[in-house]
Design a protein around this ligand. Structure first.
Ligand SMILES: *[C@@H]1O[C@H](CO)[C@@H](O)[C@H](O)[C@H]1NC(C)=O
Ligand SMILES: *[C@@H]1O[C@H](CO)[C@@H](O)[C@H](O)[C@H]1NC(C)=O
Ligand SMILES: *[C@@H]1O[C@H](CO)[C@@H](O)[C@H](O)[C@H]1NC(C)=O
Length: 264
């Protein structure tokens, strides 16, 4: 386009400068026209050549631009790809962190629960060790009034028997749990009668009493502390029998046997 414009300008410039010599011959004139035409042709060729050079440069530039453009496109695509990958990585990392957090939380809760349950179990153990079961009994009204040596006194009326340790059929107390116990016997005799009684553990003497009064009923009380294992028995027995041995029991004087677990 630029080349065509240049050509037109050249032609018009050439025509505009037509000779105006009145004295010139026809031959001169033709010669000059020819000369001008040749010059025009040269000029035209020059313009064409320049034009060609310019379009070649433009073509090269265009190719370079195209290549550059493609390179840029490729770079942009690669960057986009990288960004997408980074985003995906970030999202999956965030999901993992979330999962880890919630699993950590679940673990903490379950660990606390385990610890709490262990603590409760330990507490219950200690509580069981510390807590003293309720064990005590009191029985009266011995079955026999005359006594023989070695006889076990059977107190037949059971006032109380918490823990069911006392058996009125045998007259013996059996420890259900190991621990420290206290036992007592309260013994009364008829006037002018004797009583020789002992509290024994598995036959071993814990404490004894000897009673006699020739003018009135008389009573005595004896106590003993003893450590018992579960299953061990304690009872009251006569250690000196005979015809003048006689216990007394009525609503005022309770000849009785009792005991209690006081520590375990
Ligand atoms: C998630 O937990 C696993 C296993 O404990 C660990 O290997 C990983 O690094 C954790 N991920 C993050 C993002 O904390
Ligand atoms: C703790 O554990 C017990 C027994 O496994 C269960 O019944 C209870 O729901 C748990 N508590 C919590 C907070 O997980
Ligand atoms: C008391 O002892 C007798 C005789 O050993 C026995 O038969 C009975 O079952 C015992 N009673 C209780 C309540 O243990």
């Amino acid at each position: 386009m630029t080349g065509i414009l240049q050509l037109l300008l050249l032609v018009s410039a050439t025509v505009a400068s037509e000779p105006s010599c009145p004295a010139c011959s026809k031959y001169d004139y033709e010669e000059k026209v020819l000369e001008r035409m040749i010059r025009m042709e040269f000029a035209f060729e020059k313009v064409l050549k320049e034009n060609k050079d310019v379009s070649k440069t433009v073509e090269q530039d265009l190719t370079r631009i195209k290549v550059e453009n493609e390179r840029l496109h490729a770079t942009v695509d690669a960057l986009k790809n990288q960004q997408e990958q980074a985003e995906r990585r970030l999202v999956s990392l965030m999901e993992e962190v979330e999962r880890n957090q919630s699993s950590t939380l679940v673990k903490i809760v379950s660990d606390s629960n385990t610890t709490l349950e262990k603590t409760i179990a330990a507490f219950n153990d200690i509580k069981d060790q510390i807590a003293i079961p309720l064990v005590y009994f009191h029985a009266r009204s011995p079955q026999t009034s005359s006594l023989s040596t070695g006889e076990v006194i059977m107190y037949t009326t059971v006032e109380t028997n918490q823990g069911s340790g006392y058996n009125s059929t045998t007259g013996k107390f059996t420890a259900q749990v190991r621990g420290l116990y206290i036992f007592f016997m309260h013994t009364c005799t008829h006037v002018s009668n004797h009583a020789f009684l002992q509290i024994v553990k598995e036959g071993s003497i814990l404490i004894g009493t000897s009673l006699y009064d020739n003018s009135y009923y008389t009573c005595s009380s004896s106590q003993a502390f003893v450590q018992l294992d579960a299953g061990e028995t304690v009872w009251v027995q006569c250690f000196n029998g005979g015809s003048s041995r006689r216990l007394y029991d009525d609503s005022k004087y309770w000849t009785s046997f009792g005991g209690a677990l006081i520590h375990n």
